[in-house]
Design a protein around this ligand. Structure first.
Ligand code: ADE
Length: 232
């Protein structure tokens, strides 16, 4: 998969994608990251990437030209043979969930435009953007962190990226129930003991205990998910 990131602040994503699993996914050839700094595509000599809104109002709006130029460059690189989706993170988009991440993880080419809420010229949204996605009902200062959140959920789903495909599948949200509690050594720490059942070696009882914990946690924290589970 090729992931293209367009941003005025490409250092944010460069740093985040150079660590841990998202970096390893790149090193092991599962994903390529390409960074486009908006300023480099803005008109000389001022390299202005935003301007005030027509009709008045607060804030600055990202200008369309640098973004259209970057998309043209990506298109010419792939000779328009590959289809791609262009994601714009914005609080007024569809709320991200595992289904959206699964769907996006099957694409060969993804482009992310990290801009500012309200601050993207509508012509870019109308003509280029294919997916407007929100990461939750709250507002961040910009689109870089939301882009990274969405990318993280996608890259970990590419087969081979995380050790066992199973660990992705059993996570909360791939399953209608939330995850069960996990423990590791030491068996007792500061007087806090691991539940006996987990050290019993009795696999059937362990499975039953885990299922019980999933149901309890889901009932307490996300009763809405429990309804879905019952209706399945
Ligand atoms: N940009 C600012 N806030 C956001 C949010 N909640 N989701 C996606 N993009 C955003």
């Amino acid at each position: 998969m090729d992931i293209h990131l367009i941003s005025p602040f490409d250092k944010i994503a460069k740093v985040a994608l150079s660590e841990s699993i998202l970096n390893r996914a790149n090193k092991n050839g599962y994903v390529n990251y390409y960074f486009y700094n908006l300023y480099k595509y803005a008109d000389f000599p001022h390299q202005k990437i935003d301007d005030s809104p027509f009709g008045g109002g607060f804030g600055m709006i990202l200008k369309p030209e640098p973004i259209f130029r970057i998309i043209d460059e990506i298109e010419s690189k792939y000779k328009k043979q590959q289809k791609y989706r262009i994601v714009f993170p914005t609080p007024d988009g569809r709320i991200l969930n595992q289904k959206i991440s699964n769907e996006l993880s099957k694409e060969e080419q993804l482009i992310f435009i990290s801009g500012h809420y309200k601050g993207l010229d509508q012509r870019v949204r109308d003509e280029l953007v294919t997916d407007e996605v929100s990461i939750g009902d709250y507002v961040l200062t910009g689109g870089d962190l939301p882009s990274l959140v969405i990318i993280d959920t996608i890259v970990r789903l590419i087969p081979g990226v995380i050790g066992k495909i199973e660990s992705a599948k059993t996570d909360s949200f791939s399953n209608p129930l939330l995850d069960y509690p996990h423990y590791t050594r030491p068996e007792s720490y500061r007087g806090l003991k691991v539940p006996d059942v987990l050290t019993s070696g009795h696999h059937e009882n362990i499975d039953k205990w885990r299922q019980k914990k999933r149901l309890e946690k889901t009932k307490n924290r996300r009763p809405d998910l429990l309804e879905k589970f019952k209706n399945n």
